[in-house]
Design a protein around this ligand. Structure first.
Ligand SMILES: Nc1nc2c(ncn2[C@@H]2O[C@H](COP(=O)(O)OP(=O)(O)OP(=O)(O)O)[C@@H](O)[C@H]2O)c(=O)[nH]1
Ligand SMILES: [Mg+2]
Length: 277
């Protein structure tokens, strides 16, 4: 065959293959763009077309994360108890899975949040922590305002912190609604050889005062999750009971974004619609 004729046909063939690949790549890119576009369109649909659950599922499947404002209920929970009982470490263990053996006394007020699921609802817990020491205490009424749950912490190795539980409970009851969910927490259960307050004493005090009770260790991460989750679950049950009463017409239904009272006792923020802060 003529050599001059063969060379251009090889060139032509290579150019055709090259163009073919470019076209394939462009088509693939277009396909990707279309998929991304459809996800965004789904997210932009108004809340009336899409339930909160559906939206959160889309968000989670897209990026594997949940947006900050994506929750059904927001509950404020306060931590109280003497200085050094481990309030800040319980908080950091629950919200960040962190523990600090040399943590400093809290000054003023700090808070952290964590979102968890209770009965297929997304609950955002906003947990407030303040100083046990009187001189560092922030304005009490502001600290307790709107709280629907409390963890009253004592140190199982220091009896004085257990004796002061009475005083903390009085202050809590003076500043919050009567049916606030309260859990008495005996922390530092890992220091077994130093225990100064027996489990029975803690339990019977809690029974006498109608409190929930748990012994925890922020250090060993024992019962920390359970303590917070139990308080939040109890609060949620009170709120959902109120919602059922509202459906049956025995109580008025909460309006969108309204702060609701449970039998005028426990208040909680219920987020009805979707996603706006
Ligand atoms: N062994 C043990 N030590 C703990 C535990 N929880 C906290 N601690 C230690 O106890 C000390 C005080 O802990 P904090 O969490 O700062 O106590 P607090 O109640 O926040 O104290 P204030 O901020 O002063 O009110 C720190 O040295 C912690 O490391 C625990 O579960 N076990
Ligand atoms: Mg602290």
């Amino acid at each position: 065959m003529d050599k001059n004729f063969q060379t251009p046909s090889i060139y032509l063939f290579s150019i055709l293959i090259f163009v073919h690949f470019i076209l394939l790549a462009a088509l693939f890119k277009l396909f990707l763009i279309l998929i991304q576009l459809s996800f965004f369109l789904l997210l932009l649909l108004p809340s009336s077309f899409l339930s909160l659950e559906a939206k959160s599922q889309i968000k989670t499947s897209m990026a594997g994360y949940r947006a900050e404002d994506d929750y059904d209920y927001l509950f404020k929970v306060v931590l109280i108890g003497d200085s050094g009982v481990g309030k800040s470490n319980l908080l950091s263990r629950f919200t960040k899975n962190e523990f600090n053996l040399e943590s400093k006394s809290t000054i003023g007020v700090e808070f952290a949040t964590r979102t968890l699921n209770v009965d297929s609802k997304v609950i955002k817990a906003q947990i407030w922590d303040t100083a046990g020491q009187e001189r560092y205490r922030a304005i009490t009424s502001a600290y307790y305002r709107g709280a629907v749950g409390a963890l009253l912490v004592y140190d199982v190795t220091r009896h004085a912190t257990f004796e002061n539980v009475d005083r903390w409970l009085k202050e809590l009851r003076n500043h919050t609604d009567a049916n606030i969910v309260v859990m008495l927490v005996g922390n530092k259960s890992d220091l077994r050889h130093l225990v100064a307050v027996s489990t029975e004493d803690g339990k019977s005090y809690a029974e006498k005062e109608s409190l929930y009770f748990m012994e925890t260790s922020a250090l060993e991460s024992t019962n920390v999750e359970n303590a917070f989750a139990d308080v939040l679950t109890q609060i949620y049950h009170i709120v959902s009971k109120k919602a059922v009463q509202a459906e049956n017409g025995t109580a008025s239904a909460p309006a969108k974004g309204e702060k609701i009272d449970i039998k005028n006792d426990v208040s909680a923020m219920k987020r009805v619609g979707c996603c706006s802060s």
